[in-house]
Design a protein around this ligand. Sequence first.
Ligand SMILES: [Zn+2]
Length: 407
Amino acid sequence: MEIAERFINYTKFDTQSADESETVPSTAKQLVFAKYLKEELEREGLKEVEMDEKGYIYATLPATTTKKVPTIGFIAHYDTALDASGANIKARIVKNYDGSDIQLNENMVSSPKQFPELLKHKGEDLIVTDGTTLLGADDKAGIAEIVQAMCYLRDHPEVEHGKIRIGFNPDEEIGRGAHHFDVEKFGCEWAYTMDGGDLGQLEYENFNAAGAKVHIKGLSVHPGYAKGRMVNASRLAIEFNRMLPQDEIPETTEGYEGFYHLLGIDSRCEEATLNYIIRDHDRDKFEKRKKMMENCVKTMNEKYGEGTVEMKMNDQYYNMKEKIDPNIHVIDLVVKAMQEAEVTPLVQPIRGGTDGAQLSFKGLPCPNIFAGGVNFHGPYEFVSIQVMEKAMQVIVNISRLTAGYND
Ligand SMILES: [Zn+2]
């Protein structure tokens, strides 16, 4: 089977996850696809194919070498984002894309004027939507690439590689993909998520993240008779926010610049709550940002009386770089694998978190490699077949290069 056909088959399943759900997986329809995928892996001759009741799938491609080689893994998620419908996806191939507008349907055009990244894919075959749904290349392209690479290696036993494990999970889009991932059962020294964007992307740095809830106690008095007595929590909330660096916010930062983000304020005269998230790639700067929040609380309490402002702050996740740096061969291998596939590695910091970050802190170093999808999470999503083929080659190359890694 060709990679495009395999991928398009996957897109026919609605696998949207759901934020408010408390079940695992968050939607039962994800299990329908998981079962299909498990059967496909068995049909393709993979070994130790297992699916647990939560929809996590694990399988093995046995080693072709007798050398002692690290077991490595490849991971992708099969749920799709909540931002756009994932039902009745009608994927279509635009052959030999010529750089002009792509008519998705009567009323919708995917144009390089709006999405200049389309022009990077001139001459390639693009898979697009009919404009009413997302495509789900995030991350079914990753699954197709992994399965295709395993089939290639199965058919080419002359390529020496160690034991390869593959893992597919639900619920990444709601931040829970790693929660029930059985790192011990997976049994790899390191792994890669195939869940990045366009050709060449390689990510192993993400934010350190904390959340803070600031509560302000006011005193409500009739405004006509409030002199010297009223404490207006709403006003104090504004004052609190003003104490933070005004140019360190999501709207004014990029790259490695961290920020404080005011998610929302709920306020009256009597009381106010401010909700923040704090983000920074650098651990020291991250800790300083948290200290800054604490200092603001202290200053406010000195001014308005102890107990006026209280804060609950907790860490949410950390930068996986901390776990990758001591294992930098994990990155070196990808760079080499990409170069051999004639792909230029584009290392970028993630301005968010990933499942791989959580897995890295569960003991499985796990950088993220491009899967090829562009314009994620909406109807303009597309993926190039040639980029998917490159990703598949990168997987094959990593598998082969890992076998030589101890030499
Ligand atoms: Zn994804």
